[in-house]
Design a protein around this ligand. Structure first.
Ligand SMILES: *Cc1c(COP(=O)(O)O)cnc(C)c1O
Length: 346
């Protein structure tokens, strides 16, 4: 074998990364990944007539048409992604860095920026998990980022950022501001879509992953057609496969069901929050998403003892010291989680 120093051949930004470890722990009740507990198995019928020998529709025309109608935007304002993760990749490949984002937030902004060799500017959120506007605007001035990512509702804190602060950033940053609305369907506010026509540098990201279709890996961005046109240049030709397109189309047509699932999750979120707040040693943070962040005296022990009862949550580790994150499940799952949480002895 011709031995080589492979590590030395890898770009230094990549060799400094760790592969994203989406752990698959066996468990009875899975509340760790912000998935919906409700699926759309009937929509699988839509793949029956699929021609496996043909490439997918590269433009995902039917899917985009449906989304355009639902969101009341033009088809040319939408770009499809293999999950919104892929669109984060494309956005950074298109506009470059520095890439600015608050922390804690969704980890992919930083990971992808690093993989692509772009500078990262991570600005801590304030004590209310809201944006530190002064700090952000001062970094904007000195570092001149090309991209700002704002996840609202934010993962993992669950809150929406103040819209006034977000607007100030959009108006004063002179760069592309991406509002990641992965959890918008669960929020009480309407989100930033209505503002697209007023701000040409605004990009909205949405995904089907949190509303029952995580298996499909389908996300999309909505922006001025000029932005869509540029980002589309780095998109791989057949990035959303035929099965995903077909199932997504069928599921999106089940509007009543989609709405009722979201309604159930929001009402269970309220119940979970209320019940968690009553438990000694637990502090849940208010959420506009399909999960709740909570601090607990001994997170490691709480995590292990939940898992011991078959309930998997997410230990936020260093990202949010002292906190675990639980996804809202079906009523029975949430009740089991609450019962297990009450039984932990610190
Ligand atoms: C889950 C999540 C995503 C990823 O969505 P995919 O479409 O599944 O890639 C994007 N942004 C945030 C904030 C998320 O929590």
């Amino acid at each position: 074998m011709l031995a080589m120093n492979i590590k030395k051949l890898v770009k230094k930004e990549v060799s400094g990364l760790q592969a994203y470890n989406a752990k698959e722990l066996p468990c009875r009740i899975k509340l760790d990944a912000n998935e919906s507990p409700y699926g759309f198995s009937a929509a699988l019928k839509a793949v029956g007539g699929l021609k496996t020998n043909r490439y997918p529709d590269p433009e995902a025309k039917t899917l985009k048409g449906l989304l355009a109608k639902d969101l009341r935007v033009g088809k040319d304002s939408i770009l499809q992604g293999n999950g919104s993760d892929e669109l984060i990749y494309y956005l950074i490949a298109t506009f470059g860095g520095p890439v600015l984002y608050p922390v804690p937030t969704f980890s992919m902004y930083g990971i992808i920026a690093q993989a692509l060799g772009e500078k990262r500017i991570a600005i801590p959120l304030n004590g209310e998990f809201d944006l530190d506007l002064r700090n952000i605007l001062s970094e904007v001035k000195s570092e001149q980022p090309k991209l700002i990512f704002l996840s609202s509702p934010n993962n993992p804190t669950g809150n929406c950022f103040s819209s006034e602060k977000m607007l100030k950033i959009i108006e004063n940053s002179g760069c592309i501001v991406v509002v990641d609305e992965a959890y918008q369907p669960f929020a009480s506010e309407r989100g930033f879509l209505p503002l697209l026509k007023d701000y040409q540098n605004l990009v909205i990201m949405r995904t089907l992953s949190k509303i029952g279709l995580a298996a499909l890996r389908t996300g999309f961005l909505i922006a001025d057609p000029l932005i869509v046109n540029e980002v589309n240049k780095v998109r791989l030709p057949f990035n959303v496969n035929s099965l995903s397109q077909a199932v997504a189309i069928a599921a999106l047509r089940e509007k009543k069901e989609l709405k009722s699932f979201i309604g159930q999750i929001v009402s269970e979120r309220r119940r979970l929050f209320k019940e968690m707040a009553k438990i000694n040693g637990i502090r849940p943070y208010p959420s506009e998403a399909n999960f709740i962040l909570f601090s607990v005296n001994d997170p490691k022990k709480a995590y292990a003892s939940l898992l011991n009862k078959g309930i998997l949550v997410r230990n936020m580790g260093d990202a949010v010291r002292g906190c675990l994150r639980v996804t809202v499940g079906k009523p029975g799952e949430n009740t089991a989680f609450l019962r297990a949480l009450k039984e932990i002895r610190f």
